[in-house]
Design a binder for this molecule. Structure first.
Ligand code: BGP
Length: 479
């Protein structure tokens, strides 16, 4: 395939602080909402505990100890030729409880050192401000994002780090997969996104829309303030994109799949277009929801539109109008009308593998918004086996990524999509978000760490490491 990507295309990899750093109570770090969530095998929910229980296992407390290994890990990223590296700043390293007056110096120093290390190799940091990591104190004391006070604390945190790192970090993103909390059937998504247990609310969905409204206003405020501070900065939003296909040409399937897509678009519509879509207001009306807006919120949304749309893409899903179930969950991207797509295979965790769906997603988003896009997560979680040297023949991962990159290149060359970059998820093995396990691995780099807590933490290159290095070196023309 001819080279279709721009020369400045941002190839790299993506992670989140809590999934790899470890050091959960070091350097003055406070406790975050994810620090009190236990691991759960796939199919079972991870549990939220009321505090730290010594007898329970919290995999992200140590994770892969990137906190102490980051120099060696960045060296490996550089060896692969990364142009960028997406991570998050753990809010609790900077403001341990979230409501302090002044930031924690040791936390600022850690990210200064990390960003310096990346820049030493010419790797651009891409930073998510909130990746399921808000201070537990804010969740407990203020009921998380139900409160506008938390909005103010978030803006303070965000502007503290944006101001501090503005000459090291150009690319920012506000809330990771903000749309995950649309699933209010279980505690976990709302807890991680908003520090709120939506199922315990009288009207869980209304509460979710309220908390999300506060996040929209916070995101727009940060975009505005960041631009005023430094016009070179780009602040994007981030959504989980799972396209819903109609199961058949039955018009009911087609119509319902369009409506189901609002689980995704609701969020990007507000943050990219700068106003609520009319279908949102109709839904509130119909359900009798009363979402509180403060004076000026609407103009803040309009003035703080995201500079780019970052999204994750792992799978597609299929909607059948007469197939209503009760076991929907964003864990596998499903809605309550989801059925298996007979044309695609699934991963070991049931995520339906669909490279064409990535082109479909890119083209649909581009046609809807016409803003630059950034694929900030994509990848295959798999059970890897390594030989005695720590080498893994992960052809399945190479095949997955190759097929997705091919479709991504078609979206650019044939559909005219403006794409900033591609950062596969979990470029180094880390703790899974949905299951809390280590065994669901995504990395080009294997980390010797296991679910029972054992392992040397040694790093080793998988076959995909060498493959991805060539992909980057050829700017995507050698797959
Ligand atoms: C996204 C999250 C990531 C990540 C990824 C893979 O939803 O933004 O944090 O972990 O999914 O999911 P998992 O780790 O559950 O396989």
């Amino acid at each position: 395939m001819p080279n279709t990507l721009p020369d400045n295309f941002l190839w790299g990899g993506a992670v989140a602080a809590h999934q790899l750093e470890g050091g959960w109570d070091q350097g003055g770090k406070g406790i975050s909402v994810v620090d009190v969530v236990t691991a759960g095998a796939y199919g079972q929910q991870r549990k939220i505990t009321d505090g730290i229980l010594p007898s329970e296992s919290y995999p992200n407390h140590e994770a892969i100890d990137f906190y102490h290994h980051y120099k060696d890990d960045v060296k490996l990223f550089a060896e692969m030729g990364f142009k960028c590296f997406r991570t998050s700043i753990a809010w609790t390293r900077i403001f341990p409880n979230g409501d302090e007056e002044v930031p924690n110096e040791a936390g600022l120093e850690f990210y200064d050192a990390l960003f310096d290390e990346l820049l030493k190799y010419g790797i651009e940091p891409v930073v998510t401000l909130s990746h399921f990591e808000m201070p537990l104190h804010l969740a407990n004391k203020y009921d998380g994002w139900m409160s506008r006070t938390v909005l103010d604390y978030f803006v303070k945190f965000a502007m503290t780090v944006i101001e501090h790192y503005q000459h090291k970090v150009k690319y920012w993103m506000t809330f990771n997969e903000i749309n995950n909390q649309k699933n209010v059937a279980t505690d976990i998504f709302g807890w991680l996104c908003s520090g709120v247990k939506f199922p315990s609310k009288e009207r869980p969905e209304e509460a979710m829309y309220q908390a999300v409204h506060h996040q929209f206003v916070a995101a727009a405020t940060v975009v505005k303030k960041a631009h005023a501070l430094n016009p070179n900065l780009l602040v994007g939003c981030m959504c989980a994109m799972v396209p819903y296909y109609p199961y058949s040409s039955n018009p009911d399937d087609v119509m319902l799949s369009q409506v189901a897509m609002r689980d995704r678009y609701y969020f990007s519509d507000v943050m990219v277009k700068g106003h609520y879509p009319s279908y949102a207001k109709k839904e509130w009306q119909q359900k009798g929801y009363n979402i509180q807006f403060a004076e000026g919120d609407e103009s803040i949304l309009a003035e703080g539109k995201a500079d780019y749309l970052g999204f994750s893409y792992y799978m597609s899903n299929t909607i059948k109008a007469d197939a209503k179930t009760t076991n929907a969950g964003l864990m596998d991207g499903s809605s309550e009308y989801s059925v298996k797509n007979p044309y695609v295979k699934a991963s070991d965790w049931g995520w339906q593998i669909d490279p064409v769906g990535l082109r479909y997603t890119l083209a649909s988003l581009w046609e809807r918004y016409e803003v630059p896009m950034f694929i900030v997560e994509n990848g295959l979680g798999a059970l890897d086996e390594v030989d005695e040297n720590g080498y893994c023949e992960d052809d399945y991962r190479i095949n997955y990524l190759k097929a997705h990159i091919e479709q991504m290149e078609k979206a650019v060359s044939l559909d005219g999509v403006e794409l900033m970059g591609y950062t596969p998820w979990g470029c180094i093995d880390l703790v899974s978000f949905t299951t809390g396990e280590m065994r669901k691995r995504y990395g080009f780099i294997y980390v010797d760490k296991h679910d029972d807590g054992t392992g040397t933490l040694n790093r080793s290159r998988k076959k995909s490491f060498y493959w991805y290095k060539n992909v980057i070196a050829s700017n995507g023309s050698k797959l």
